[in-house]
Design a binder for this molecule. Structure first.
Ligand code: AMP
Ligand code: GLY
Length: 422
């Protein structure tokens, strides 16, 4: 199969790396990719948001399947356009992507299907939202309803703390259109897990569970980011809990989507909080997680390209995938200042040494080549990922690899996967 992968982050490097090793993948292109994907695929100078140009590139390269990584082109309808051009597409329609791009819509679907989730109220004007949070006695979580790169969620243990984010989102419009609607929901407590499943519209194949680290600082402190690290598997999800999440969350969501808009083809991602009352959904994403994909691809065995094709052909039941039993830990190395302002263009050294270590893979996210020199060019720059016999061993190796890599102001958390070890 000839495949075109859309996106340029760490998730896409991990997917490209695994796709390139798939026996059924004969050619691989990335739009636009990054210096990491260039090692395993041919990068094409087409941006992920230029939908018509991507379809054009897919035709030009005579690809059999397009795989869409990020949420923005999904929400903009890229999958619909690719399918209209007669090309297989791994990724849901614009309608399907609404489960992520419109948190109010996702809440409605969940409510209609009795899927356990935080109780929520939806607001379109600041006054009502402010009055509501100030009338509450328990903590709340404020979420911009639209796409905000993982930064639109504010956890407020005291209700008054919600006023500032509400003002920023609704009055100052810091997330633009994405903040037109705001979801205010009850604050849940518990351990979190990311459960991802391949989905062909009728069948699900649940991937191994992972845990993400969304807050920027050690000990889950500071603002939320796109994710500062992840590991898989996670001890908080045993077989019984996985079966429960499938039964109470994934299967009813699949049914709800079929009733609402039809077939969902791609990766269905459920962010779950394991509360005292059972698993509850924090969010759905219409794509693979980033950085969850990095440890998942490190552990996945079998022909990913073939499995994705079976999703597109609605024959997921025939997919043959398996898992390396060893855990994988991914530490994200970020530009100092992320998720706020940061400086880019600093030369990066040591990636080759880290990559040469056994059972280590350095996935590129925000890197660029300037005059032949690799530099940081985004908030999240690298996903340094390692396998180990135990989670502790994988963590140790990942941090040994991190220690090889340097650039000015580079920043990373020191406690990725520590929760699973203590
Ligand atoms: P989301 O993007 O909706 O998954 O939210 C990002 C992060 O905010 C989650 O990973 C949680 O750590 C936190 N969060 C979201 N919703 C809630 C909630 N209802 N209660 C507590 N924490 C939450
Ligand atoms: N790591 C969280 C996400 O991909 O949304």
């Amino acid at each position: 199969m000839r495949i075109l992968l859309v996106g340029s982050g760490g998730r896409e490097h991990a997917l490209a790396w695994r796709l390139a090793q798939s026996p059924s993948c004969r050619a691989l292109y990335c739009c636009p990719g990054n210096p990491g994907t260039a090692q395993v695929a041919e990068n094409l100078p087409v941006k992920a948001e230029d939908l018509a140009d991507i379809v054009q590139a897919a035709k030009q390269q005579a690809v059999d399947m397009v795989v869409i990584g990020p949420e923005d082109p999904l929400a903009a309808g890229l999958a619909d356009q690719v399918r209209k051009a007669g090309i297989l597409c791994f990724g849901p329609s614009a309608q399907g992507a609404r489960i992520e791009a419109d948190k109010a819509f996702a809440k409605e679907l969940m409510r209609g299907a009795s899927i356990p989730t935080a109780e929520a109220h939806i607001f379109t004007d600041l006054e009502s939202a402010r009055d509501y949070v100030l009338s509450r006695e328990a903590g709340v979580v404020v979420k911009a309803a639209g796409l905000a790169k993982g930064k639109g969620v504010f956890v407020c243990p005291e209700p008054y703390q919600a006023v500032k984010p509400l003002e920023q989102i609704m009055r100052d419009k810091v997330f633009g259109q994405a903040g037109q609607k705001v979801v205010v929901e009850e604050l849940l407590t518990g351990q979190e897990a990311s459960i991802l499943a391949l989905c062909d519209g009728r069948n699900l194949y649940t991937l191994e569970a992972c845990q993400d680290h969304k807050a920027v600082g050690d000990g889950d402190t500071g603002p939320n980011t796109g994710g500062m690290g992840a590991y898989s598997p996670t001890p908080v999800i045993d077989q019984a809990m996985m079966a429960r999440v499938e039964r109470e969350v994934l299967v009813p969501m699949l049914d709800a989507m079929n009733r609402s808009f039809g077939r969902y083809e791609g990766c269905l991602y459920a962010g779950i909080m394991l509360t005292a009352a059972g698993p509850k959904v924090l969010e759905f994403n219409a794509r693979f997680g980033d950085p969850e994909t990095q440890p998942l691809m490190m552990r996945l065995r079998g022909d990913l390209a073939a499995a994705m094709e079976l999703v597109c052909r609605h024959r997921l039941g025939e997919a043959e995938l398996s898992w390396d039993p060893r855990p994988a830990v991914c530490v994200v190395m970020a530009s100092g200042g992320y998720p706020d302002k940061y400086q880019s263009g600093y030369p990066i050294t040591g990636i080759d040494q880290a990559d040469a270590m056994a059972d280590v893979k350095v996935f590129h996210a925000g890197t660029a080549l300037r005059d032949g020199q690799l530099v940081n060019a985004g908030g999240r720059v690298l996903g340094v990922t390692a396998l180990g016999e135990t989670i502790a061993a994988a963590q140790k190796r990942a941090y040994e690899a991190v220690a090889q890599i340097h650039w000015t102001d580079c920043y990373y958390r020191h406690d990725i996967a520590s929760k699973a070890i203590s």
